[in-house]
Design a protein around this ligand. Structure first.
Ligand code: VG1
Ligand code: CO
Length: 543
């Protein structure tokens, strides 16, 4: 069947954010919207001809239809092969692994990650490069530039492909290989972690709950945790991916995974609890009666990774996003390895991982991962925790208390102010920015400001520079305030306020983080005039 060329026109606003292009579903399903963006990806990477791609998504509404459109466009653009998950499902880390395993040229992931899904909710498309990681800024900028020039797209005039069962098919001259979305990923995990030790711990009565939030990790968690590690059926809750995530907001944090949270804080709590997000790259870690802040989780994983077979040689270095707490920096110092600080978004870790400068990376936003793929990886973090628990034979609470005794505690919290008037939020950041040069040396809430700037990052591998990555205000005692606007939302603006304070004294490690951070929170509100600027003094979500 011949490829058909359709005329089209540029569509405004096709600019990828922190992690791909995210819009309301009706925007994506609107005439030519998806097609324009996909053709722009192919054009921006020098064409698809002869190339191999990986394709899959988190199963949200429009995932299946979008996958068919992309397959037909890949065929019409001359791609040689597309490896696609059965039913067009692939978690983000599994897609990253498949790109690397098959030495593909790139991959397209259909997901708006932790944003809700459904006909009126959110959809997204993300392009990953040959290393398996999110396209770096130079590539996303080229894609965006192309969307502003586009005049036509190519699509095959076929009916599409049956993605319901595995095996090879052809679409025009292109091979479509439909694969089990879980198998290769599960094998990768078995190679990294001591499944025998974890099985033994489980046989000894260890209990856990995993909340897949009706999103893509369901099949992965069921296969790995229940089938391979022997946890009882029902350990995985909300385990079947649904197009609208069963109405859940698949963001694994204490606010949106309330049911799991309540269970873990209750009298009948299991030993361990975890949750993942829409596309499977985030994780929340809980112990009986205890919440592990993602920044602490990163630090604990870095300090204990050598206990798992895949990391027994030790870590080459660690990296964290700038707003993530500096807890992991203390671990790096103790280990005598480098700690890198990058802008928000996993794409900034790619070069460090490729160059062997970092082994483990993390973000405060429930993202942790390593050089086994080029994305953050929710189940990976859960399995590394399980491996550590099995080797150390201690509870999550004991491990955390131990960690704080050794390194001190970095009290940490993120406050999100959502659905703000975009102009007001931008104005607030603008005025705060203008104030920065005057802040150094001034005192607020009894704390003296040591530095105040807008974070700019120079990639140590390729020298590329990324500016305006968030305002940071550091105090002389090491406390920090960071403010930035979200790059993943689909309506209005979201202010993220990140708060951190270091406490070396073990006698003071048992405080509620909101209490421990109270002066820092007050200072942030005063410095940014938050209520005055955006008309709000309480966040919607606290993590
Ligand atoms: C948020 C997080 C960021 C994360 C990004 C993608 O971005 O803060 O740390 O990398 O989401 O996560 P923003 O710009 O809204 O703050 V997800 O699980 O898309 O893949
Ligand atoms: Co995600």
């Amino acid at each position: 069947m011949p490829a058909v060329t359709h005329e089209t026109q540029p569509i405004e606003g096709q600019k990828p954010g922190t992690s791909g292009l995210r819009k309301k579903t009706p925007v994506f399903t609107h005439r030519h919207y998806l097609q324009n963006f996909v053709q722009s990806i192919f054009d921006a990477i020098g064409g698809a001809a002869g190339k191999t791609f990986v394709l899959g998504g988190d199963g949200r509404f429009f995932n299946d239809k979008a996958a068919q459109v992309i397959l037909k466009m890949a065929a019409a653009n001359g791609a040689a092969r597309v490896i696609v998950g059965c039913d067009a499902l692939l978690s983000t880390p599994a897609a990253s692994h498949l790109i690397r395993l098959n030495k593909a040229d790139g991959g397209i992931i259909l997901s708006a990650s932790h944003n809700p899904g459904g006909p009126q909710a959110d959809f997204g498309v993300k392009y990953n490069i040959a290393n398996g990681g999110p396209a770096p800024e130079a590539v996303t900028e080229a894609i965006h530039a192309r969307t502003q020039q586009i005049t036509e797209y190519r699509i095959s005039d076929t009916d599409g492909i049956d993605l319901g069962s595995t095996g090879e098919q052809t679409l025009d001259d292109m091979v479509v290989e439909v694969v089990d979305p879980v198998a290769d990923y599960a094998a990768l995990m078995e190679g990294l972690f001591d499944f025998d030790a974890i099985r033994e711990m489980i046989a000894g009565g260890f209990t856990m709950r995993f909340d897949a939030m009706n999103a893509v990790t369901g099949p992965y968690a069921t296969e790995i945790l229940e089938n391979r590690l022997g946890l009882p059926a029902g350990t995985v809750m909300h385990g079947s991916p649904k197009p609208d995530f069963g109405g859940m907001h698949p963001d694994p944090n204490p606010h949106w995974a309330r049911g799991l949270m309540d269970e873990m804080m209750g009298a009948e709590a299991p030993d361990f609890g975890a949750a993942s997000d829409g596309d499977g790259d985030r994780n929340m870690i809980l112990g009986r009666g205890i919440y592990v802040s993602p920044s602490d989780s990163l630090a604990v994983l870095a300090a204990n990774a050598h206990l798992a077979p895949g990391y027994k040689a030790g870590l080459k270095g660690v990296a964290r996003s700038m707003p993530t707490s500096t807890a992991v920096d203390r671990v790096a110092e103790a280990l005598g390895i480098e700690a890198y600080e990058t802008p928000t978004g996993w794409k900034f870790f790619g070069n460090l991982l490729d160059a062997g400068k970092a082994t483990i990376c993390g973000e405060e936003s429930f993202g942790t991962g390593s050089d086994h793929v080029r994305e953050k990886d929710g189940l990976w973090a859960v399995l590394l925790w399980l491996n550590i628990l099995a080797v150390r034979g201690q509870s999550v609470a004991e491990i955390l208390a131990d960690h704080w005794r050794r390194f001190g505690r970095n009290y940490y919290s993120r406050h999100d102010f959502e659905a703000l008037d975009t102009k007001a939020a931008e104005q607030m950041m603008h005025e705060l920015h203008a104030d920065l040069p005057t802040l150094m040396g001034t005192e607020i809430e009894g704390m003296r400001i040591a530095s105040a700037d807008d974070f700019a990052y120079t990639d140590p591998v390729d020298g590329s520079v990324s500016r305006a990555q968030g305002v940071r205000i550091r105090f002389e005692d090491g406390a920090r305030i960071v403010l930035r606007l979200s790059g993943t939302g689909t309506s209005g603006a979201t202010l993220r306020l990140y708060l951190e304070r270091y406490e070396p004294d073990p006698a003071k490690h048992g405080l509620d983080p909101q209490e421990a951070l109270a002066p820092v929170i007050r200072a942030a509100h005063a410095l940014a005039a938050i209520r005055h600027q955006i008309g709000r003094d309480q966040p919607n979500v606290i993590t």
